[in-house]
Design a protein around this ligand. Structure first.
Ligand code: PLP
Length: 481
């Protein structure tokens, strides 16, 4: 968003876009919401979108697209092989991200599948700042391991440390020594770490990681699914970058990656994904797997229309006029909730506003999934669909042992350029009501628990039917809406 000098001597933020298409929202009544969440097995993934008022489940595939992207969607130059659309996408990757080779895949996890197939062997380790659910699933499916070495501040939701996505450099050196270089397949840095509350890494930290990769000759893989927000937060917070352009910061990040992959559903604001590199050997190995799992190299499982819109998305994702609209809404949401004593992840980062469920519902033990209970309770009292990001998002070990998450979070995602200030006020109001009545919310127990990525399709029930108690109190105080 352009920042201009205001006539009273301060500065003025003006959004560099306007809205030309809108979607009418309907707030389902409380009784419909109760019926819906019961039917959905207390899992917000299983709600239908017409049962939802504000859909803040994710930023994935639901960002507002630009006029130019919509125009690109009607590009009809379809071809199984060698489409001109692919070459335009390649040009965009080359110009903006600086990679010579790039291959579309059907979405981010497809890139993770290909990279895990290529690099991971049984017992070998991927070191990362922090895992993402699908990344970890693919590493584990290849019988590999993930070692997460994020800085300790990431787990202190009250800490305002600006770069909670940083790798702990000391721990990285120790870990390499401990497990041995020969057992490490690559180092992965997630640009804006999803599961610790959309927190960025700094360029200084990435440079240190790069140096260690050089020392030990280890490939550095960057997951750039949400790199736009990481870039914006570096510009805002990292000393020395205030006057750099977003494009320069982005190129500085990508210049350090041996391999770059992304879900295009996020910063790209389309549906798809891709893998890019400058290394000819990696490019060859990747290109051999893509036709097996995704499709021919020049579409990789994506519709060419989406690929055409992705080329535009890559060019626009660091547009100074649009980049931080949702970041400011997240900031406002975090600050307003915090001012009411509601525990949230600080400082405000990218992706969404994250409520600390372990502190919001301290009476619910981790084995009864406080973050999932909070996600369904919040839907019940607001119609707002968030996502559990806690222990339920982790699968059990093969012997059935539960793994407990470092953080129990309810994430309310702010898709790019989608929601508005009145929505923030509504969220704050409903969260405040729930916080006052938090003792009514209890834990959840399994009805059906899938073995892999259980959070997507798992079904639970509310212990002692607490949902009905919450609904009864809400009806009494606030009525059917
Ligand atoms: C950091 C990160 N990596 C990978 C993925 C997987 O991408 P997709 O959902 O397109 O498969 C996601 C999705 O949310 C993500 O946030």
């Amino acid at each position: 968003m352009p920042v201009v000098k205001s006539s009273d001597g301060g500065s003025l933020h003006v959004d560099g876009f306007r809205i030309r298409v809108f979607e009418i929202l309907r707030l389902p009544k409380l009784s419909e919401r109760l019926e819906a969440i019961e039917r959905a097995g207390w899992n917000t993934f299983l709600l239908r979108s017409d049962e939802v008022f504000l859909d803040m489940l994710t930023d994935s595939g639901v960002n507002a697209m630009s006029n130019e992207q919509l125009q690109a969607l009607v590009n009809l130059q379809d071809a199984y092989a060698g489409s001109t659309i692919y070459y335009d996408f390649l040009r965009a990757v080359n110009e903006i991200l600086g990679f010579r080779y790039a291959y579309p895949v059907h979405q981010g996890r497809a890139a993770e599948h290909i990279l895990s197939k290529l690099f991971v062997e049984p017992g070998k380790t991927v070191i990362t700042n922090y895992h993402f659910t699908t990344t970890k699933a693919h590493v584990i499916l290849q019988k590999g391991r993930m070692e997460e070495l994020i800085v300790k501040e990431a787990f202190d939701t009250e800490s305002t440390y600006p770069f909670k996505g940083n790798m702990d450099i000391e721990k990285l050196r120790e870990t390499i020594k401990k497990i041995g270089r020969e057992n490490i397949v690559f180092i992965r840095m997630e640009a804006t770490t999803n599961l610790v509350g959309g927190q960025p890494f700094s360029l200084e930290n990435l440079r240190q990681v790069r140096q260690i990769c050089d020392e030990y000759k280890m490939p550095l893989v960057i997951d750039g699914s949400m790199i736009d927000w990481n870039v914006a937060l570096i510009k805002k917070k990292e000393p020395g970058y205030k006057n750099s352009s977003l494009a320069e910061i982005l190129r500085e990040i990508t210049s350090m990656a041996d391999i770059y992959y992304a879900s295009a559903r996020k910063a790209g604001s389309v549906r798809g994904g891709f893998i890019a590199t400058n290394n000819e050997e990696y490019a060859k190995a990747i290109s051999e797997l893509i036709p097996v799992y995704e499709g021919f190299l020049t579409y990789g499982g994506m519709s060419l229309r989406e690929l055409s819109a992705l080329a535009v998305g890559i060019r626009q994702m660091i547009d100074e006029g649009i980049i931080d609209y949702e970041l400011r809404l997240i900031e406002e949401c975090v600050e307003k909730l915090s001012a009411r004593g509601i525990p949230v992840v600080k400082p405000p980062g990218g992706l969404g506003c994250h409520i600390n469920a372990a502190k919001f519902l301290p009476h619910i033990p981790q084995k009864e999934y406080p973050a999932a209970a909070l996600a369904s309770a919040f839907y019940l009292v607001s119609g707002v669909r968030g996502m559990e990001r806690g222990s339920l998002s982790l699968d059990r070990l093969p012997d059935g042992t539960e793994i407990y998450a470092d953080l129990e979070l309810l994430r309310l995602a702010f898709p790019r350029r989608t929601y508005m200030e009145s929505h923030v006020r509504y969220i704050v109001d409903r969260a405040s009501w729930l916080y006052r009545n938090r003792d009514l919310v209890q834990g959840l127990e399994w009805v059906y628990e899938p073995k892999v990525l259980r959070f997507f399709l798992g079904r639970l029930r509310d212990k002692r039917s607490w949902g009905r108690e919450v609904a009864r109190k809400y009806l009494e105080e606030l009525g059917e809406n």
